[in-house]
Write a protein that binds this ligand. Structure first.
Ligand code: PLP
Length: 386
């Protein structure tokens, strides 16, 4: 089933999905698929989690939109919930990940402006991904994302990922105001930096008066086994952005700040008609409540390790496999050649997966997946690899 009425931004799409529940979705032929992608790390609590669905339904019956000209108790509650689980201090709500990063970039630029820097510059990393708006595609190093969209913005430098020397080489550059980095690169192929990389970036930022911006749009909301990935360490970012799993399917994003980043945005500097809308905020609070009630982070750690063990055995004799990487339930299997055809082959066997960075099978299963379902994922994925 296709239509001519959509701009062809996404290419040919083989499946038409009509319904979801927990870790499963169904197509128009009523064929059932085990979902190991969760709407690209969005439906962490599974499809149509009853607690989140009920919260959205109740909010739709009560108040759907007012704009940000008025106080909203659901918005205040969602902000407080988010600060509590993250240790951050203030929240700006957006409607998507890219918009959350736009807010972060604006804060970093105004921070520079207030220090008298005329051309504030943000360091971002090779193979990172920060979104598709003009500022966020400029922040994204991948030339494919930028191609055709010049003129781009000024004020971004790309450096190699997981390379402290490359950052150190820019110490003392008077234009640098921030480093923006994903704790684990998602679109870049589940790239996990050395254990001391992020804490070292924190130190470099402190020493130079730069802001540390963590893009937790994909890594956040339990995905890596902590509510946010930096909570595995003993530091806070100055700015953290999140989206994807934040609303379990409602389109929401958030830019959170701490310390000196808290007061840079003043009335009139930034805004969004929909940002922090009652429906979005009801979903955010329901997701956080459910994550706490169901001990989701603990489950993610256990299931992530279960997947790793299972794949270790299942992939042991596969010559195509170059590397297996995982952090919680961000799972990447890098093959020795591009493998986009595996997506369709998996779907034929009733499994939804993704391939990113050309040759990396990416699994982002719902955080509530059972071990029996994980066994099925491992079995099907292994059957596609030689
Ligand atoms: C998905 C993603 C984005 C973009 O989010 P959108 O909601 O698609 O705008 C930005 N950064 C990272 C790390 C992402 O994974």
């Amino acid at each position: 089933m296709t239509t001519q009425a959509l701009i062809n931004a996404y290419g040919e799409r083989a499946l038409t999905l009509v319904k979801g529940a927990g870790c499963y979705v169904w197509d128009t032929e009523d064929k059932k698929y085990l979902d190991a992608l969760a709407g690209i790390a969005v439906c962490g609590l599974g499809h149509c989690h009853p607690h989140v669905t009920t919260a959205i339904k109740n909010q739709a019956d009560t108040l759907m939109h007012t704009s940000n000209l008025y106080n909203l108790s659901v918005q205040q509650k969602a902000a407080e919930d988010l600060c509590r689980v993250s240790g951050m201090e203030k929240v700006f709500f957006s409607n998507s990940g890219a918009e959350a990063n736009e807010a972060a970039i604006k804060i970093a630029r105004k921070y520079g402006c207030e220090k008298g820097i005329a051309t504030p510059t943000i360091i971002t990393l090779d193979h990172g991904f920060h979104g598709r708006t003009m500022a966020t595609l400029t922040a994204t190093a991948n030339p494919k994302v930028k191609h055709g969209f010049s003129p781009l913005l000024e004020g971004f430098i790309h450096l190699p990922f997981d390379d402290i020397n490359a950052i150190n080489a820019l110490e003392g550059d008077p234009d640098i105001v921030a480093i923006m980095v994903e704790p684990v690169q998602g679109e870049g192929g589940i790239q996990i930096p050395a254990d001391d990389y992020l804490p070292t970036l924190r130190n470099i930022c402190d020493k130079n008066g730069w802001l540390l911006i963590l893009d937790e749009i994909q890594t956040g909301n339990g995905r890596t086994g902590h509510h946010f990935a930096y909570q595995a360490y003993d530091f806070y970012p100055d700015i953290m952005t999140t989206a994807k799993g934040l609303g379990n399917g409602l389109p929401v994003g958030a830019c959170l700040t701490r310390g000196k980043a808290n007061t840079i945005i003043q009335p009139g500097n930034h805004g969004s008609t929909y940002g922090g809308n009652p429906m979005a905020c009801a979903a955010i609070s329901a997701v956080i409540e459910t994550m706490e009630q169901e001990n989701i982070c603990e489950k993610v750690n256990a299931l992530g390790n279960y997947f790793a063990k299972g794949f270790e055995t299942a992939l042991a004799n596969k010559s195509q496999v170059k590397a297996f990487r995982h952090k919680g339930l961000m799972i990447g299997i890098e093959l020795d050649q591009p493998c986009p055809e595996l997506v369709q082959q998996a779907a034929e066997k009733g499994l939804l997966i993704n391939v990113t960075a050309g040759s990396v099978i990416r699994l982002l299963p719902p955080l509530i997946m059972t071990e029996a379902q994980a066994d099925q994922v491992i079995e099907i994925v292994a059957s596609l690899i030689h």
